[in-house]
Design a protein around this ligand. Structure first.
Ligand code: ZN
Length: 149
């Protein structure tokens, strides 16, 4: 079982609480199938407002763009990596911070496979841990493996 982070959620509405822990959710239109994140009350494709259901987002995706930040606000360690992740099952792209991205020349690249996790990403000014979803890099760049051999 995945460890459960202790802390306050940065954005509560991103998650559904389940007995197995927090689940990152968007919404899905039962009429046209469009998935959206964050949750919507009206479908962003067919504009119906009576057919939106809570939809757990795919646990796996791939990086479509990324960057490394060397400055942040108080309580957030630097450098940190962030970008957009495409979730093929849901056909959406979402913003995320990344985990396990070091060394960046091997782990950060377009097409990198990532796996969703929920973890502490910063502290607030009172020392509380703040939790959000992140995507963990799970592969290495094909050329960097060839270079290492
Ligand atoms: Zn729709």
């Amino acid at each position: 079982m995945e460890k459960r982070p202790k802390g306050l959620f940065a954005v509560d509405k991103f998650f559904d609480r389940t007995p197995d822990g927090p689940v990152l959710v968007g919404s899905r239109c039962t009429e046209c199938g469009k998935v959206a994140f964050p949750r919507k009350k009206v479908c962003i494709k067919c504009f119906r407002n009576d057919c939106m259901e809570v939809h757990p987002l795919s646990k796996r995706g791939e990086i479509v763009t990324y960057s490394i930040a060397h400055m942040s606000h108080i309580g957030m360690a630097t450098p940190y990596a962030f970008g957009y992740v495409y979730l093929p099952e849901d056909n959406i792209t979402i913003y995320s911070l990344f985990e396990d991205w070091d060394p960046p020349e091997e782990k950060l690249f377009i097409g990198q496979q990532v796996e969703q996790c929920v973890d502490v990403f910063r502290e607030d000014p009172w020392g509380n841990s703040i939790v959000t979803y992140l995507y963990r890099c799970i592969g290495t760049k094909p050329d960097s493996q060839a270079a290492a051999k």
